[in-house]
Design a protein around this ligand. Structure first.
Ligand code: C2E
Length: 917
């Protein structure tokens, strides 16, 4: 545009050239007026009349300025003289009746080539002017100028040039529509951009155009379309850096505005751009006007450049065309990018969905009402419903959520409240198959935070649950009877005592022992023993209520915990006894052990509890004591624990604790009781263990030996005894009075059974230097009862080293005498219980005689213990027993006293007493 413009002349006749465009102007939504160089209105369209309320046709002929108040934005008034092309502004329009209306004004000024003012066109809009209308108005105005030029040059008839213009314009519009259609059908972008360029180039054949797009780095422009520009030039143009002096396009993209280089050869923007400028000039490109292509959001997408072959500046019409092309290009680029983004999103979504399909878990989404929206392959596999069947269906129906409506409703509430919840649930598939899942629900929210939908992830944990159940079964249940085992019993007992203590209720613990079970196992075999335990367990369970527990405590012992016994202690005891009777009756029914009928009974010990002051162990001990009382009192009976038992129990517990350290504290010692022959000579001694308790004085072995045997202390104590006896024997070797004596030592079955008993004893003998031939081991019949082979083997091994054996308490056991022949014994000992009444009791006398005869027959020495009187001695002597031990000679004494006794001669038995039995 030439700035040195001469004053405007009269209204040119060329206005008639727009007559063919009137229809378009009249139909426009925005107000349009055309005015001459003096500012007199020539044309005002109906939209403008509607806006201002001026009657139709009344505006034509008025001065433009009469319609305006001062401009609203404080800029210069929109008089034709003061407005530049294409600068929109706010203006106040004076309406019919005087009201003011604020509008957006798009002014377009028209000048002749010689700079004369030709008039102008104003477009009024309430908001932003319709770009299409604006472009159109600009174009019409531009065409007016062209038309005037042509009429001046050719003096053609105005109607003809107006028609030609209208045809070109219609062609342009048709092409524009065709391009929009191609955009709509998603034709390739380069094709569309090229069509946009061709549209302009065919409308204005003297120009060549290019479209460059900003690359991802936003620092360079890439060639997108330039069909008519020479390839040698476009090759250099491609990759143009943007910047303030980077040619028309580089500067336009950099500054974000229209940049005009009227003469490339002299333009400062092109000055430093030799590599581009030279080829441009070489190919006859002299002017370049570049316009940024904006996105709807206002960011720069690229540039649209028009090249002219002679130095020039754009006319209003050319600017309008360029603007229009930029607009179409922007729509095409943005739509293409949006479609591309959509496609990428879709691809990403499909990829994510296929990832979801690869998981083993079932994943689905549903609305808050339960309508399924998404259903992955895992869900198809888990539930058997295909995606087509599931999407749109109700989760309630598909997943049988009504199976447990309460828990489901609770979880649905929880998820809305907490946003997430996890629970385990049994489910059913389409075909009725059942399985267990870990069900995770997560609430997905809308952007405003309101609940949108629920994402559910379900993992099948059926196998894990089974494995857990199997582990639990192994850990807490007895495998033979399937009853709770000892560990679970302790837990239940703990729980029962805690609950009962809280609510002030009583409970009872029953310990049931099957009478003579060991005999069944030993005589009938383990399979029958197992069958008996299984059937007994089933019978006991049948007598129980749901709240009670029957457990297998081990071996043939069962424990019952009665948790909820109503009433006080007496009522609870009565109830417990009643149940115990029922249990006894149940056990009394004959058992069918794989075809073998067996009658059984049980002994039951009961203790009551109602709080936690007694531990599970204490309760079990109490029931155990009561059960032993029941057994001692004839089996098949029921006994309650009473506090006296408790006292005894306490004493026993204390003693046990003390006994544990007795050897270490040197509280154990050996006493020696002489053994005498029929000549009255001391032949040996029996070593008898004594416990010198620091507070309780001497404690009898008859009290502490059974305790040691029960508590596992017998082995270390027995080892101490054997060690001490060996040491004594070794010491005796040096004393002529003692060196020929034997020393009898009691060995418990618990010591004898140990696999290394022989080695250990031989080691003690060797270490001490004692003569094995002087050591006599006293064993009881219980040693013989089990594993005869092992017993014979051990005895024989020791015998080979000179150790001899005496059978203690002979006659008191139940064992058959026949095995005596198999044993490498040296001596049998008549139990002192027979000797005591041998003169008074016929039975004892005859047993004593039989034992002596048997011993003699087998070639074994017979010794009698507990000989207190000369009469007893005489009886024994008279029936062939020539060795004695008893208070008649001496009580067990400490070693120094025994040394004295060893040299002593006791009176020999002279004759049998009168009145022999
Ligand atoms: N009424 C009466 N009693 C007499 C008479 N002569 C001896 N006695 C007692 O009879 C018991 C004999 O020992 P036992 O039958 O082996 O019976 C022993 C034995 O079974 C066990 N015992 C003692 N010391 C040991 C030991 O070191 N190891 C093992 N395993 N058991 C032992 O303790 C039991 C009791 O031992 P003690 O109390 O020492 O009792 C001793 C002894 O003091 C008598 O004329 N009249």
């Amino acid at each position: 545009m030439n700035a040195r413009t001469p004053p405007a002349g009269p209204m040119p006749a060329e206005w008639a050239g727009i007559s063919g465009s009137r229809e378009l102007i009249d139909r426009a939504r925005d107000g349009i007026m055309l005015f001459d160089a003096d500012g007199r209105i020539e044309v005002a369209n109906p939209a403008l009349e509607r806006m201002t309320g001026h009657p139709a046709g009344e505006l034509a002929g008025r001065m433009v300025s009469s319609l305006f108040e001062a401009p609203a934005d404080g800029a210069d008034g929109p008089s034709p003289e003061s407005r530049a092309i294409a600068q929109s502004c706010r203006a106040m329009l004076r309406c019919f009746g005087g009201d003011l209306l604020e509008v957006t004004l798009e002014p377009i000024r028209l000048r002749a080539d010689d700079g004369r003012e030709l008039g102008g066109c104003y477009v009024f809009a309430h908001g932003r002017a319709d770009t299409a209308v604006r472009d159109f108005a600009v174009m019409v105005s531009g065409r007016l100028a062209d038309s005037r030029r042509q009429s001046e040059a050719a003096q053609d008839s105005p109607e003809e040039s107006g028609d030609a213009e209208l045809r070109r314009l219609q062609t342009f519009k048709l092409e524009q529509a065709a391009i929009l259609e191609r955009i709509a059908i998603d034709a390739p972008l380069p094709e569309i951009l090229e069509a946009v360029i061709r549209m302009l180039e065919s409308y204005a054949p003297r120009y060549l155009c290019s479209i460059l797009l900003l690359d991802d780095s936003e620092t360079q422009l890439r060639l997108a379309a330039a069909p008519s520009l020479p390839p040698a030039y476009t090759a250099v143009l491609n990759g143009l850096r943007i910047g303030p002096y980077a040619g028309s396009c580089g500067a336009s993209a950099y500054m974000g505005r229209h940049v005009v280089a009227p003469d490339i050869a002299n333009d400062p923007l092109w000055h430093d751009l030799h590599e581009l400028r030279e080829p441009a000039l070489a190919h006859g490109l002299r002017a370049c006007w570049s316009m940024p292509i904006f996105s709807a959001a206002g960011t720069i997408l690229g540039t649209f450049a028009i090249y002219a072959r002679s130095p020039s500046e754009p006319e209003a019409s050319e600017l309008a065309l360029q603007h229009s092309c930029c607009h179409i290009a922007s729509v095409a680029i943005e739509r293409k990018r949006a479609l591309q983004a959509l496609k990428e999103n879709e691809a990403r979504f499909r990829e994510q969905a296929s990832l979801l399909d690869n998981t083993r878990d079932a994943i689905f989404t549903r609305t808050l009402d339960g309508i399924i929206l998404f259903w992955n392959k895992g869900a198809e596999r888990m539930f058997g419903w295909t995606r087509e069947e599931a999407v749109g269906a109700s989760a309630r129906d598909l997943l049988h959520e009504d199976d447990d409506p309460v828990s489901f409703a609770n979880n649905a509430q929880r998820i809305v409240a907490l946003g997430e919840c996890i629970f385990e649930r049994d489910m059913r598939d389409k075909f009725g198959g059942r399985f267990t899942v870990e069900y995770r629900m997560m609430l997905i929210r809308n952007e405003d935070g309101s609940p949108k939908l629920v994402l559910a992830t379900l993992s099948d944990i059926t196998e894990r649950k089974k494995a857990e159940a199997a582990v639990h079964q192994l850990a807490f249940y007895d495998q033979l009877t399937q009853l709770p085992n000892r560990r679970l019993l302790y837990e239940r007992l703990l729980h029962a005592s805690a609950v009962n203590g809280r609510v002030g209720r009583s409970g009872a613990l029953l310990l049931i022992d099957l009478d003579n079970f060991k005999t069944i196992n030993d005589t009938l075999g383990h399979d029958k023993g197992d069958a008996l335990l299984q059937q007994a367990a089933a019978r006991l369970s049948r007598c129980m209520r749901g709240s009670d527990t029957v457990a297998r405590f081990g071996g043939d012992e069962f424990v019952v915990v009665l948790e909820e016994l109503a009433g006080g202690a007496p009522a609870a005891a009565a109830r417990a006894e009643m149940l115990a009777r029922r249990l006894c009756e149940a056990l009394a029914e004959p058992f069918d052990l794989n075809g073998y009928e067996h009658l059984c009974s049980g002994s039951i010990g009961i203790t009551l509890f109602n709080g936690t002051e007694k531990t599970a162990d204490m309760l079990l001990k109490e029931a155990d004591l009561a059960m032993y009382r029941a057994k001692a009192e004839g089996r098949n009976c029921i006994r309650f624990f009473d506090p006296k038992m408790q006292k005894a129990l306490n004493r026993r517990l204390e003693l046990e604790a003390d006994l544990r350290f007795a050897a270490a504290r040197n509280e154990l010692l050996l006493h020696y009781q002489p053994q005498v022959d029929h000549e009255g000579r001391v032949t040996g001694a029996e070593a008898l263990l004594r416990w010198q308790h620091p507070k309780k004085g001497t404690i009898s072995p008859e009290i502490f030996i059974p305790l040691a045997e029960e508590t596992g202390l017998m082995v270390p104590i027995g080892q101490w005894v054997l060690g001490s006896a060996c040491s004594a024997l070794a010491a005796w070797r040096a004393d002529p009075r003692l060196q020929a004596l034997t020393l009898a030592v009691n060995v418990s079955i618990y010591e004898f059974r140990r696999h290394d008993f022989v080695e250990h004893l031989l080691h003690l003998l060797a270490r001490s230097g004692a003569d094995p031939r002087r050591l006599k081991i006293e064993i009881t019949e219980t040693v013989l009862a089990k594993n005869m082979e092992d017993t014979v083997e051990k005895m024989s091994a020791l015998k080979r080293h000179g150790v001899s054996f005496s059978l203690d308490d002979f006659g008191t056991g139940y064992s058959s005498l026949s095995y005596l022949k198999q044993l490498p014994l040296d001596q049998v000992k008549i139990d002192r219980s027979f000797v005591r009444d041998v003169l008074a009791d016929q039975n004892d006398a005859s047993i004593t005689r039989t034992v002596i005869a048997l011993g003699n027959t087998l070639g074994l020495e017979v010794i009698a213990e507990g000989v207190e009187t000369l009469e007893q001695q005489a009886f024994l002597w008279g029936h062939g027993c020539y060795a004695y031990q008893g208070y008649l000679y001496s009580r067990p004494v400490p070693e120094p006293a025994f040394r004295e006794l060893a040299g002593k001669r006791f009176p020999r038995p002279l004759a049998e007493p009168d009145g022999e039995n």
